[in-house]
Design a protein around this ligand. Structure first.
Ligand SMILES: NC(=O)c1ccc[n+]([C@@H]2O[C@H](COP(=O)([O-])OP(=O)(O)OC[C@H]3O[C@@H](n4cnc5c(N)ncnc54)[C@H](OP(=O)(O)O)[C@@H]3O)[C@@H](O)[C@H]2O)c1
Length: 315
């Protein structure tokens, strides 16, 4: 079977590899679509702590059909299509093994690339907003709004009744985010959020040098959920506002999907598929490319060009 391996921070190779064998509690999936995300960029660069490095296959989210099960895994899964979250990587391949307990059923009749586009990004955004809670009319700020997680955070915050401000990198991206439910758009390339604007909830996939300033924009009892670091690590004093603004009871959540229990993952997926069925959430695909063009896909994500999700399709 075809697989993509990391040779170095600069080079990927498409190789023929033996089919993986599912262990106890696992299934073998024939992959229909692979979600490409910033984690894959970090994996290739050697910056993602748990990625094994050169010789390994990146990819943490696929949609595929179960073709075999390991020992002690229910046979009834065979033939069904799932979104699989893969903590042990390996998704850039025609076949991959996944833990049965972290399989999430693909909605009946849905296109595999649409499910991959929603996939892990919607799970991050939904869990983040579920943890922080958003009441009707609360002001929500989404940073990195045009990215894979950001387009879902924008839609889900709106669906929960929030008034959503997005920070993005062009007027055109801002218009697309308005169509997804944003009320206010800040183009970070030409302006800063107006001084004094404050928010009940801030969803941050960017971190970087501005994290401290964004923390200062929390309203009393505000919640800040840090989901990623597309702009790199924050400076050491970034979290000082938490103590300085103690009287306003700010809450900081650092959120990783890795720590979500299988049960909570299923519950979150149910809420997501309900939003999809009600058409209050829609997949946003930037591009679909063949698996063999993984390098181009990663370069595009690395350059911050996609609006929404890049999806790879095994041929
Ligand atoms: N918490 C979790 O469980 C989890 C899971 C997966 C990924 N992540 C992390 O979440 C982060 C985002 O992932 P993603 O897949 O959404 O990435 P993505 O699709 O590349 O989106 C990131 C977005 O951030 C904005 N951005 C990029 N560089 C920036 C900069 N220097 N300054 C300000 N904004 C910048 C861009 O949006 P605009 O152009 O619209 O501004 C970009 O589209 C990554 O760090 C990733 O590792 C976390």
């Amino acid at each position: 079977m075809l697989t993509v391996i990391v040779k170095s921070a600069e080079e990927l190779a498409v190789a023929d590899a033996p089919e993986p064998v599912p262990a106890a509690g696992q299934v073998l999936l024939e992959v229909d679509a692979v979600g490409v995300g910033y984690v894959d960029v970090m994996s290739r660069r050697g910056e993602y702590a748990t990625f094994p490095g050169a010789g390994a296959t990146p990819g943490i989210e696929v949609v595929g059909r179960v073709v075999a099960t390991g020992p002690d895994t229910p046979d009834g899964l065979v033939g069904h299509r799932f979104l699989a979250v893969l903590p042990a990587f390996g998704g850039y391949a025609e076949k991959v093994v996944a833990d049965a307990e972290r399989l999430l059923p693909a909605p009946e009749g849905a296109d595999a690339s649409d499910v991959a586009a929603v996939g892990l990004n919607a799970l991050v955004a939904e869990n983040a907003l579920h943890r922080t809670g958003v009441s009707v009319g609360e002001r929500v700020l989404v940073l990195g709004a045009g990215g894979g997680i950001g387009v879902h955070a924008t839609q889900i915050a709106r669906a929960r009744g929030g008034e959503v401000t997005v920070v993005t990198s062009s007027a055109a991206r801002g218009e697309r985010l308005r169509a997804l439910g944003a009320t206010h758009v800040v183009d970070r390339t030409s302006s800063a959020p107006p001084d004094g604007d404050t928010y009940d909830v801030i969803v941050d996939t960017v971190a970087g040098p501005a994290l401290g300033q964004h923390l200062e924009q929390l309203r009393p009892n505000g919640r800040y959920v840090l989901c990623g670091g597309a702009a790199g690590p924050p400076p050491p004093d970034a979290f000082a506002p938490l103590l300085r603004d103690f009287h306003r009871s700010p809450t900081l959540y650092a959120f990783s999907l890795n720590s979500v229990t299988s049960q909570d993952l299923q519950l979150s997926w149910k809420r997501i598929t309900a939003l999809l069925a009600e058409e209050r959430l829609s997949p946003v695909i930037d591009q679909c490319l063949p698996l063999t063009e993984a390098d181009a896909a990663l370069r595009r994500v690395e350059a911050g060009l996609p609006f929404g999700k890049v999806v790879l399709l095994p041929e």
